[in-house]
Design a protein around this ligand. Sequence first.
Ligand SMILES: [Zn+2]
Length: 441
Amino acid sequence: MKPKHVPAAAGAPDPYFPTSGDHRYRVHRYELALDYQPGPNRLAGSARLSAVADAALAEFALDLAEFRISRVLVDGRAARYTHRGGKLRIRPAKALAPGAAFTVEVHYTGNPRPVRSPWGGLGWEELTEGALVASQPVGAPSWFPCNDRPADKATYQIAITTASPFTVVASGRLLTRTTKASSTTWVYEQSAPTPTYLVTVSIGHYRPVPLAVRPAVPQTGYVPERLTAAFARDFARQPEMAAYFGEVFGPYPFGEYAVVVADEELDVPVEAQGVATFGTNHLGGGWERERLIAHELAHQWFGNSVTIADWRHIWLNEGFAKYAEWLWSEHAGGPGAAVHAAAAHRLLAGLPQDLRLGDPSRKLMFDDRLYQRGGLVVHALRRVLGDDAFFAMLRDWTSANRHGVVSTDDLRAHAARYTTAPLGPLFEAWLERPELPPLPD
Ligand SMILES: [Zn+2]
């Protein structure tokens, strides 16, 4: 039997990013030990990957941007390699047998910079004071060698050494913080399976702001000192939001939730495993900002715990996160989800209808219409199933696929179990055809 987290689609290149990743092996753990100097923006260190070969491998590839590589070891032995076009191709001294467990160690140095993409720079980004990482979808190779495909989830240990005045926030739980001379090493452990694009680090001058007293899950802001009061005010309802999402989506899937407010303006906040990164422009309150707090928090269930098998299924992340905004509005005494859905429907009715939600194309995968229409499908499902069945369906979806990998077909099969009504026509109209269907009564 196949392990549960490997869907049938795992054994093929990603249709939108066919050069990313190598589907012939799986990584189950990354250990990164990195030294970062913010001034010269210099990153140096090593990555140790523990992996399993799914086929006989005389060579295999990792994704890694332009760094100088000093050594590559496979199972502790020096391996031959080439490195160009973002691919590190490794030829072990001895070919790997199918099913073989192996380790790869890469030692590298360089000046990390974002990977260019149609959506701007992705991955490691130098800030005026420090750095942050926002990799979705293919920015992870900007800072560590990886098998860059969302279906290949792994655990992580991330050790970052940098000048002592800086605070380092990374995915996971802080294990140790050790200061020697003028530098400090921060070691984080992420024990939940995590896709490469959701691994993050933030380095900056941050003050921790705990958000709740004795919360079920610690929620902490990491905020520039002058903004701590604004943050405490604007994020005051996040613990209540987390409690509500815990009821409707099931228990929070990770051990902590950190919110970093980087000391810069950012286009949009970004989700990472157990972390969300906001910009200074996202403080200030009001519904347009509050909905982003709900959206990023909801990604911890939709996208981060329940992860898409490949990028064609991106609506499963964004549609549910959008719907979470509407649910929160309804719960918090604002306009109900039906009001938000009607507004989204009117908005989409006036826009070009050339987006197929279930396979939107790489070009349109972050189009705002995908978010709106994604929220609408979820609302249409709620209408057809009724509230009791709909919310049971939601909770069961996140619990059955907790820390797993899913596709649109998985959701269709799952939802069908909660009604005797045929859902085929609804899914086909909303997911497969570009025209906007009417909202069900
Ligand atoms: Zn989102």
